[in-house]
Design a protein around this ligand. Structure first.
Ligand SMILES: *Cc1c(COP(=O)(O)O)cnc(C)c1O
Length: 245
């Protein structure tokens, strides 16, 4: 493999950071299993490889091309999670570009579901897990199905139940900044996602996962039922600006 190695110092720093987050996750998750996804967007492949050598397998990326090029040069048993904003025009590349794609967490329309499915099928690649992104905070700048339009969610769920290529795994949300920093005790965005899960579980006989919680709110998210937390900054440190902006 041609990936450059991180320095011994950097590798040790990453391992320590990861272990710190993992022990917090484990402390909060006595009741249920919680997956820790290391969000490596804009961080070098050498950082990912250092954590891989430490035993980490689940990594999250936000940009389709960046994820495809990292996946090419890194070990094939990495479980990649796509967690970035997904444009319709990128569904094809995402579906066919990575054999070991584990999950796409940001599907927000039936149209994208169909595009991803057909790309995956025509490339004859293994099935992938999918999450529907829900805009629980109803913020205009955020992607996701809205809770006001639950019929649209039902329609996608019904479609996914027939799919052999896309496995409907759960719901995902990015809580609002206001909720993640308020000290009211309960994060309303996470409550709304948990309530939707309950509703869909009952209606469609499912047991959906919840992908919610990032560096500054993953402990609260686990208390509210998260089964998959996505942590970047607390593991890798602050990110560089994208494209030098
Ligand atoms: C970047 C990102 C994360 C990680 O955020 P941190 O605050 O760095 O932990 C998690 N989820 C999504 C969807 C992201 O885009």
């Amino acid at each position: 493999m041609s990936v450059e190695r991180a320095s011994a110092e950097r590798a040790a720093e990453l391992a320590t950071n990861y272990d710190n987050v993992l022990s917090k996750v484990q402390n909060k998750s006595q009741e249920h299993r919680v997956r820790l996804v290391a969000v490596s967007k804009l961080k070098p492949a050498s950082d990912i490889l250092a954590l891989y050598d430490h035993g980490v397998r689940h990594f999250g990326e936000n940009y389709v091309q960046e994820m495809i090029s990292k996946a090419k040069e890194l070990p094939k048993d990495i479980k990649w999670h796509f967690i970035g904003g997904l444009q319709t025009g990128k569904c094809k590349d995402l579906g066919k570009g990575i054999e070991n794609l584990f999950a796409v967490e940001t599907l927000d329309s039936l149209k994208k579901v169909r595009k991803l499915e057909s790309a995956r099928e025509s490339a004859k690649l293994p099935p992938i897990n999918v999450y529907l992104q829900i805009n629980t905070s109803n913020e205009e700048q955020k992607a996701g199905y809205t809770l006001q339009n639950v019929d649209e969610i039902y329609e996608t769920v019904e479609y996914l139940q027939q799919s052999k290529t896309l496995i409907f795994k759960g719901l995902m949300t990015i809580g609002s900044f206001a909720e993640s920093t308020s000290d009211s005790g309960v994060n309303q965005d996470f409550s709304r996602l948990a309530a939707l899960k309950k509703q869909l579980d009952e209606k469609f006989s499912l047991d959906l996962e919840l992908s919610m919680g990032m560096s500054n709110d993953f402990e609260a998210a686990i208390e509210q039922g998260s089964t998959s937390v996505r942590v970047g900054t607390s593991i890798f440190g602050a990110r560089p600006p994208r494209n030098g902006h």
